[in-house]
Design a protein around this ligand. Structure first.
Ligand code: C2E
Ligand code: CA
Ligand code: CA
Ligand code: CA
Length: 277
């Protein structure tokens, strides 16, 4: 706020009322978004850090609202979680991403799908996964479910059991945004993640030569190795960052440097170009 001379503050903050009203309207629109087919998935490549071949694509949901225009997932996912709309939306994402990967991608390319705690704790979550796999015909080995540390905050046992059932199907589990949440390492013993995703904040820190970030990435890589898990560095934006991440020993890289999230048709173009080489 700026002091406007007379000691009074002139500031035009949206009032609490206006914010609540905006949220109510967004929620109303979000309720109709699936039906109106306003949601779509984009896919971002994850590459092997050394060979730079594509090993997977992460599905990232997009909302193009008729009323509000483009709304970022950073805004509507928390709203969908608060209102539990993430449950039907998440089911659609699971079906759609499995279908796309099975129908249009090479068999050695996986699909990573984000799952919110509210979705994971639904009693029929595993059934949703089983159905998505059987309807699409996707080999369960090609599905990696991404969860954050937040799933271990409440009902940790229910979350763990659901994930173990997915693993029994043949799916793998990635621990997303590692290091940003409640960094209690205890649960790393309780569930065998196949991948730990190192949050972009550490990648950025390391690129700026932050000793702390470098030390943390080194520690995570060493820990993952001894637990027989792999690491993915998130948010790698340029070659310098990629080089540093390779030196630190991360296995996989994701970020704008290797590809932005893109519509499904662009993913197919990458594969057809590769096949023509
Ligand atoms: P996330 O799972 O950590 O996804 C990675 C985010 O980082 C994506 O943002 C992606 O576009 C962005 N990103 C990737 N590479 C770079 C880079 O090099 N630089 C920068 N600055 N950013 C990069 P996006 O798509 O906006 O998604 C934000 C978050 O919304 C996701 O974070 C995830 O928590 C949530 N989300 C997105 N799609 C889904 C979904 O299908 N289901 C659920 N439950 N959550 C989702
Ligand atoms: Ca993710
Ligand atoms: Ca992440
Ligand atoms: Ca993140």
């Amino acid at each position: 706020a700026k002091d406007a001379g007379g000691g009074e503050y002139f500031e035009y903050e949206p009032s609490l009322h206006a914010m609540a009203e905006e949220k109510r309207q967004l929620e109303f629109s979000l309720r109709g978004a699936l039906e109106k087919q306003e949601l779509l998935l984009h896919y971002q490549p994850v590459v092997d850090a050394y060979s730079e071949t594509i090993v997977s694509f992460e599905a990232l949901v997009r909302w193009n609202s008729r009323e509000h225009g483009f709304i970022s997932p950073g805004k509507f996912i928390p709203l969908a979680e608060d209102t539990r709309l993430i449950v039907p939306i998440g089911t659609w994402i699971m079906q759609e991403a499995c279908r796309e990967a099975a129908a249009n991608w090479p068999e050695d390319v996986k699909v990573n799908i984000n799952v919110s705690p509210e979705q994971l704790l639904e009693p029929d979550f595993v059934t949703v996964v089983v159905r998505a796999l059987s309807h699409s015909g996707l080999d369960p080995k090609r599905l990696e479910i991404e969860v954050t540390e937040s799933i271990f905050v409440r009902d940790a046992d229910i979350a763990r059991k659901a994930l173990e059932q997915c693993m029994a199907l043949g799916c793998s589990i990635a621990l997303d945004d590692f290091g940003t949440g409640y960094s209690s390492l205890g649960y790393l013993r309780k569930l065998s993640f196949s991948t730990i995703k190192v949050d972009r904040s550490f990648v950025q820190g390391a690129a700026q030569n932050s000793r702390e970030s470098l030390a943390i990435i080194r520690a995570v890589v060493a820990m993952a190795e001894s637990l027989e898990m792999t690491t993915t560095a998130e948010g790698v934006e340029n070659e310098e960052e990629a080089e540093m991440i390779r030196k630190l020993g991360c296995d996989k890289i994701q970020g704008f440097h290797f590809g932005r999230p893109m519509p499904p048709a662009d993913v197919i173009k990458i594969f057809t170009r590769k096949a023509a080489d």
